[in-house]
Design a protein around this ligand. Structure first.
Ligand SMILES: Cc1cc2nc3c(=O)[nH]c(=O)nc-3n(C[C@H](O)[C@H](O)[C@H](O)COP(=O)(O)OP(=O)(O)OC[C@H]3O[C@@H](n4cnc5c(N)ncnc54)[C@H](O)[C@@H]3O)c2cc1C
Length: 597
C-alpha cells in the first residue's frame, strides 16, 4: 500500500484541545497532488455521466440497476481505492481514499450504496480476516463482482449494539456455527453477496461472522419504505438455524465489539467526506438557482438575505472540509508511522483511526449537520420549487437526514467526545487536568491585554487560544465538581462536546486560511480569511452559549460567578462586520455560478 511520507507535525488525537496547531503543520486541500485532484474530478464525472441521469430510476429501486452501477464504478477502480494491490485494489493512501468518498458523495442513494460497500461491507474482512478469508472475499469486493453489507443493528439493539440477541452455537460436529436471530436496516441487504453479521456465541460472546447469500437458513425481508435515500436497498435479514462454516468466524470469539467499533471510526470520517460531496452539489445547485430565478425584476441572488444564506452555506462547507482533510492526513501519517514500526497494514490503519477516534466522531457530527443545514437552506432558496420532487434539492433534503442517525447517532457521537478525552486523560495519554488547572490559575490573575501589535493574525490566534481555554475551564471544572457522576449529566457532556466541535473546526479553518495567506499573499487568500474569521466570530458566541449552559448546570455561588466571568473573558471578540464579509464571499459564488472554493 502506498502511503505518503509524513510532512506535517501531526498533533496526537485530541491534543488540539490543549495545544495550538500551526499553519505550516496544517494539511489542507491546497496540498492535494495532481493525482488526487484527478481522482476527485473522475468521481464527479462518474456521477454526472452514470448516476445523475438515472437517479429517478435508482430511487424507484429498479431491479439490477444499483448493482450494475456499482459494477461500473468497480471497472473504474472506485471500489478498491484503499485496498492493497495484492488483493486487487489500487493501494492508494488514506487521503486519496477519502477524496473518493467525497467525490462520490453527491450521488444521493448511489453514494450510500457505494460507501456501505467500500466501508462497512468490505473493511471488516480486510482488517480482521484471516489470509484465507481475505484471499477469498477481498478481490471480489474490490472489483464489485461481489457486493458487501454489514449486519449489526437489530430491532431492539441500535445504539446499544452490544445488546444484540442474535445467537450462534457450534454444531454438534463442530463444522458450523448455527445462527438464529434477526438484523434490521441493512444497507445493500437486498442484493449483497456477503455480509459481516454479529451474533453472540452461547448467548454472551459477541462475535462476527462472514455470511454468504445462499447459506442455508439465511433469508431477507422486503425493501423498507423510507423517507429518503429511497434508491438505497435496506432490508431485514433473518437467520433460522443458519449454517455458517466455522472458518467464517471473523476475528476472535468474543471480540466482535473490537471489529464493530473500530470500523465505525473510519466510517465516521468517511461519512463526513461523503456529506461534503453532497453539500457541495446542493450548494452549487442552489447558487445556480439563485442567479437564474428572478423576482421583483432581478435575480434573487441580488438580495442580501439570499447572499447571507449562500455565504453561510459556503463557509460551513469550507470549514468542514478544512477539518476533514487535516484529520485525514493525521490518520495517514499515523498509519505511515505504524507501518514504519513494522505493524501489518490492517493494524496500522486501525491503530491510526483509533488514535483519531475523537476527531472521527467530531467530523461525523459536524459533517452531517453541515449537510442538513445546506440542503435546508437550499430548499428555502428554491422557494416553492424546493418543495417539488422535480428539483434535485428536494431529493438532497430527504436524503441528507439519515446521516445524523447512522454510523452512531449524533447524540452518541457527541457523548463519545468527552468520554474519550477523559479516558485518555485518565490513562495519561492526554494531559487535560494540567492545562485545565493552569487556566483556573490564570482566572485569578489580571487579564493579559497584550501589546496590541503582535504580528499578522495574532488577534485571531488569540481568540482561538482563548476558546481552547474556555473548553479547558468548563471541562476541568465539570470533572472536578461531578467526578464519577459526570457520565450521568448528558446535557453537560453535550455542551462541552459542542464547544470542542466548534473550536476544532474554527482552528482548522483559521490555520488553512493563514497558510494560504502566508504562501499566496493576503489578497489571494482574502475570501478564505473572510470565511475563517466569520466562522471564528460566530463560533465564539456559540462556545459562550454552550459554556454558559454547562456552567449554570453544575456550578453555583461564587464558583459559578467566577467561571462565568472567565467564560466571558475567553469568548470575547472584537467587533467584526460579518455582513460585509458574507457579501464578499457571496459575490464570488454568484460570479462563478457554483461553489468554487
Ligand atoms: C437507512 C438506514 C440504513 C442503515 N444501515 C445499517 C447497516 O447497513 N447496518 C447496520 O447494522 N445498521 C444500519 N442502520 C441502523 C443504524 O445504525 C441505527 O438506526 C442507529 O445506530 C440508531 O439505532 P436505533 O435506530 O435503534 O435508534 P436508538 O438507539 O433506539 O436511538 C433512538 C434515539 O435515542 C438516542 N439514544 C440512544 N441511546 C442513547 C444514550 N445512551 N444516550 C442518549 N441518547 C441515546 C439516539 O441518539 C436516538 O436519538 C441503518 C439505519 C437506517 C435508518
Amino acid at each position: 500500500m502506498s502511503t505518503a511520507t509524513a510532512t506535517t507535525q501531526a498533533l496526537k488525537g485530541g491534543e488540539w484541545i490543549i495545544r495550538q496547531g500551526t499553519p505550516e503543520d496544517c494539511y489542507t486541500p491546497e496540498d492535494f497532488n495532481e493525482e488526487q485532484r484527478m481522482v476527485l474530478e473522475m468521481c464527479n464525472a462518474f456521477l454526472d455521466a452514470e448516476v445523475i441521469p438515472v437517479i429517478d430510476r435508482i430511487d424507484n429501486l429498479e431491479p439490477g440497476l444499483m448493482p450494475s452501477l456499482m459494477d461500473k464504478a468497480g471497472e473504474q477502480g472506485l471500489l478498491g481505492t484503499s485496498i492493497p494491490e495484492e488483493y486487487g485494489g489500487l493501494g492508494k493512501d488514506f487521503v486519496t481514499a477519502t477524496l473518493v468518498n467525497e467525490g462520490l458523495g453527491g450521488g444521493y442513494s448511489f453514494s450510500v450504496a457505494i460507501a456501505a460497500h467500500t466501508g462497512i461491507g468490505t473493511l471488516p474482512i480486510l482488517y480482521f480476516g484471516t489470509p484465507e478469508q481475505k484471499a477469498k472475499y477481498i478481490p471480489k469486493l474490490a472489483t464489485g463482482e461481489w457486493k458487501g453489507a454489514y449486519g449489526l443493528t437489530e430491532p431492539n439493539s441500535g445504539s446499544d449494539a452490544l445488546g444484540a440477541k442474535t445467537s450462534a452455537k457450534l454444531s454438534a460436529d463442530g463444522k458450523h456455527y448455527i445462527l438464529n436471530g434477526q438484523k434490521c436496516w441493512i444497507t445493500n441487504g437486498g442484493f449483497a453477496n456477503v455480509y459481516t453479521v454479529f451474533a453472540k456465541i452461547d448467548g454472551d460472546k459477541f462475535s462476527a461472522f462472514i455470511v454468504e447469500r445462499g447459506f442455508e437458513g439465511f433469508t431477507q425481508g422486503p425493501e423498507e419504505h423510507k423517507m429518503g435515500i429511497k434508491g438505497s436497498s435496506t432490508v431485514q435479514l433473518y437467520f433460522q438455524d443458519c449454517k455458517v462454516p466455522v472458518e467464517n468466524l471473523l476475528g476472535e470469539i468474543g471480540k466482535g465489539h473490537i471489529i464493530a467499533f473500530n470500523i465505525l471510526n473510519i466510517g465516521r470520517l468517511k461519512l463526513c467526506a461523503a456529506a461534503m460531496g453532497g453539500a457541495k452539489r446542493a450548494l452549487s445547485d442552489s447558487i445556480l438557482y439563485a442567479v437564474t430565478r428572478e423576482q421583483f425584476k432581478q435575480p434573487i441572488s441580488n438580495f442580501g438575505a439570499i447572499q447571507h444564506k449562500l455565504a453561510e452555506m459556503a463557509i460551513r462547507v469550507w470549514v468542514a472540509e478544512c477539518a476533514l482533510y487535516r484529520s485525514s492526513r493525521w490518520v495517514e501519517e499515523k498509519e505511515a508511522e505504524l507501518l514504519g514500526a513494522g505493524k501489518p497494514f490492517n493494524e496500522a490503519l486501525l491503530g491510526a483511526a483509533e488514535e483519531y477516534a475523537i476527531e472521527c466522531a467530531i467530523l461525523k457530527v459536524f459533517g452531517s449537520e453541515v449537510l442538513d443545514f445546506v440542503v435546508d437552506e437550499g430548499v428555502q432558496i428554491h422557494g416553492g420549487n424546493g418543495f417539488s420532487a422535480e428539483y434535485p434539492i428536494s431529493r438532497g433534503y430527504r436524503d441528507s437526514r439519515i446521516n445524523r442517525i447512522y454510523e452512531g447517532t449524533n447524540e452518541i457521537n457527541r457523548l463519545l467526545v468527552l468520554d474519550m478525552v477523559l479516558k485518555r486523560a485518565m490513562k495519561g495519554r492526554l494531559d487535560l487536568m494540567g492545562p485545565a488547572m493552569a487556566v483556573q490559575k490564570e482566572l485569578m490573575s489580571i487579564p493579559d491585554f497584550g501589546s496590541g501589535d503582535e504580528g499578522a493574525f495574532s488577534k485571531e490566534m488569540k481568540v482561538l487560544g482563548n476558546l481552547k481555554k474556555a473548553i479547558l475551564m468548563v471541562a476541568g471544572a465539570a470533572v472536578q465538581k461531578l467526578m464519577m457522576n459526570i457520565d450521568k449529566e448528558q446535557e453537560i457532556l453535550m455542551n462541552i462536546a459542542d464547544m470542542a466541535i466548534e473550536v476544532f473546526h474554527a482552528e482548522s479553518a483559521l490555520l488553512r486560511a493563514i497558510k494560504m495567506a502566508n504562501s499566496k499573499g493576503e489578497n489571494e487568500a482574502a475570501l478564505q480569511l473572510d470565511m475563517a474569521r466569520t466562522y471564528l466570530y460566530d463560533a465564539a458566541d456559540r462556545v459562550n452559549k454552550s459554556g454558559k449552559d454547562a456552567i449554570n448546570a453544575f456550578a453555583d455561588g461564587d464558583e459559578q460567578r467566577m467561571i462565568l466571568l472567565g467564560l466571558k473573558r475567553f469568548t470575547k471578540t472584537e467587533p467584526f462586520n460579518s455582513k460585509a464579509s458574507r457579501r464578499r464571499i457571496a459575490a464570488k459564488l454568484i460570479a462563478d455560478k457554483k461553489y468554487s472554493f
